[in-house]
Design a protein around this ligand. Sequence first.
Ligand code: RB5
Length: 153
Amino acid sequence: MRVAIGNDHAGYPLRAPLIELIESSGHQVLNFGTDTEHPVDYPRFAAKVAYAIRDGQADLGVVICGTGIGSSIVANKVAGVYCALCNDPYTSRMARSHNNANVIALGARVIGPALAADILKNFLETQPSNEPRHVRRRQQVQQIEAGTELTQE
Ligand code: RB5
């Protein structure tokens, strides 16, 4: 897989160990992050990852900032991007399996490198579930994204 990764200054310390994990798992890395801890604006870096997904340059994305919150908000503004903020491995597995998230957000001021690697490993190794209830719910998300109001049941 082609995995895009982007980080701001706060996310920078987590990037190297995560790139190592991605590459040692046999995937290709597209690096859009800033290369120092000098303060920068997280929207610019999260957006680059989201655009890479939208434009078909990457299959999955990783965005890293201090909390993961700002980056996840930014990524989810781009059509076709479904970003999940995950601080534990169960959530990252479910984000792929149930939600078919294609970007994961991580908070470098919240979790350490070993936990972040476990979280990302689960994300990379889990396939989206084809169970009809999950497919139906993901289609509803896409309808909302397209501006279709969901009928109440
Ligand atoms: C930077 O100080 C911090 O606000 C940013 O990395 C991120 O946590 C935003 O959500």
